[in-house]
Design a protein around this ligand. Structure first.
Ligand SMILES: Cc1ncc(COP(=O)(O)O)c(C=O)c1O
Length: 455
């Protein structure tokens, strides 16, 4: 066996061992493991340290210092895990090392993006002629879709924003709900539309934009909606919003980082009613589809606007092609073959597998909520999706219980403040979480809350 082959087999074996350890270990790293990362902080050597030793060091120091986010009892941050087939496909695609820019030189990757684009639109019930962009996550998916929106609404009044920029451009109004995710506001900032300039529309007790509070639309306008509130999981009434603003020419964008996946479940489609009327959608694959980081998707009905915002040409690039060039739709030129992981997840799960994955997580969330209520604690949100917000009493007690749960290590949950009250967030979107994981975690949560009460 060559040295290189031995190295790669060693990496695969270490990765497999790591994954097998996830179920049995505490979710957070020990303080000793965290302290040991100082071992990475060495001087850059003159001669290099050797491949095998470098890999061993990475595993021996890095693996114990990781949080078991890929494991079944990490319920922080709505981040999902990674299906084995997606990790395996990702490893293979990394071995290919394709620069996924042009279909002429990466035909397999380009085709897998084409297929994934079609399958995603079918799953979400979106028009089949939409264009998709395979990007790093929902932040950049929002940015990408909003760049297309900015192009179209200004082109409609005769302004070419790519050519002339925003200085001297016609006034563009952006409307968001009070509960828009901060990364959406960041995307607006990156686009020169201002993080604080958007008109913010009030929301209800679950964080849903109140459609009746929308102003009359006039001139170039982008309305940003959200399906899947980061705290409550609630859905803006996208259909109602589209009916109110689209006749006046506004572009409706949907930030569906995780909530868009409800559209893949026939029994949950009422939550996303009217979503197909919107102009663009952003979602994550590294959340509910459970593919490795980093993977998000922007989709729009206006492929030509997206292309106008993103495509470039250069004499050395093969941009003149009858095929779909991936980089015509993304902010980046060079990038990894991220459509491969998406394709692998979708092909292996099929429609029923995606539906089952989403439903299972929602059912786990309801089980958490029921168990916590039975334990005497208050669930602050309507559990319509995979999110549970729980208060263990006053703000101080809730903060202490969250700390105790994190120290205990059976599971991991983070905190938030929901409409003025401190709460613990439970987000369920890992493919490997079982009912037994939920029950073990519930027992640990209730025991931690009891301990805090006694002190
Ligand atoms: C609604 C919403 N939008 C955007 C994002 C940002 O996603 P990412 O971290 O993948 O960029 C999140 C993250 O949780 C989210 O929930």
């Amino acid at each position: 066996m060559s040295v290189d082959e031995k190295l790669m087999r060693d990496a695969a074996e270490r990765g497999i061992r790591y994954r097998a350890s996830l179920d049995g270990r505490k979710v957070g790293p020990t303080p000793e493991a965290v302290a040991a990362v100082a071992g990475f902080d060495e001087a850059l050597s003159e001669e290099g340290c050797g491949d095998a030793e470098t890999l061993a060091m990475l595993d021996e120091i890095g693996s114990p210092a990781s949080v078991a986010m890929a494991g079944p009892r990490f319920f922080g941050f709505v981040i999902g895990g990674s299906l084995p087939v997606t990790v395996a496909a990702n490893w293979l695609a990394t071995a290919w090392d394709q620069n996924s820019v042009m279909s002429e030189i990466t035909p397999a990757v380009a085709m897998l993006e084409n297929v994934s684009q079609r399958w995603l639109c079918e799953l979400f019930g979106l028009p089949q002629d939409c264009a998709a962009s395979f990007v790093t996550g929902a932040t950049i998916a929002n940015f990408t879709a909003l760049a297309a929106a900015r192009h179209k609404v200004l082109a409609d009044v005769g302004w070419d924003v790519e050519k002339h920029g925003l200085i001297g451009a016609p006034e563009l109004t952006v409307i968001v709900g009070e509960e828009a995710h901060p990364t959406l506001m960041k995307s607006l900032g990156l686009l020169g539309l201002g993080r604080d300039k958007a008109l913010r529309i009030p929301v209800d007790g679950q964080g849903r934009l109140i459609a009746d509070a929308l102003p009359e639309i006039g001139g170039p306008t982008i309305v940003c909606t959200q399906v899947g509130n980061i705290n409550t999981g609630a859905f803006d009434p996208v259909g109602e919003i589209c009916s109110a603003v689209r006749p006046a020419g506004a572009w409706v964008h949907v930030d569906g980082a995780f909530g868009l996946w409800a559209a893949a479940v026939p029994g949950m489609r009422h939550l996303v009613e009217g979503i197909g009327q919107a102009d663009s959608w952003a979602t994550d694959a590294h959340k509910w589809l459970n593919v490795p980081y980093d993977s998000g998707v922007a989709i729009t009905q206006h492929g030509s606007a997206l292309k106008a915002a993103m495509a470039i040409t250069a004499d050395y690039l093969i941009t003149d092609t009858e095929h779909r060039n991936p980089s015509d739709f993304t902010p980046e030129l060079s990038r990894r073959a991220r459509g491969v992981d998406v394709w692998a997840a979708l092909r292996s799960l099929g429609k029923n597998g995606v539906e089952d994955l989403v439903e299972r997580c929602c059912s786990h969330a309801r089980r958490f909520a029921d168990g916590l209520r039975r334990g005497g604690y208050e669930v602050l949100n309507d559990v319509v999706l995979n999110q549970v917000l729980v208060s263990f009493g006053n703000d101080d007690t809730t903060a202490q219980v969250i700390g105790e749960i994190q120290r205990d290590g059976t599971c991991w949950c983070g905190g938030t403040v929901w409409q003025g009250r401190r709460a613990m967030r439970i987000s369920v979107c890992n493919w490997s979480t079982t009912v037994a994981d939920v029950d073990t975690s519930l027992d640990a949560m209730l025991a931690c809350a009891e301990r805090v009460k006694r002190t």
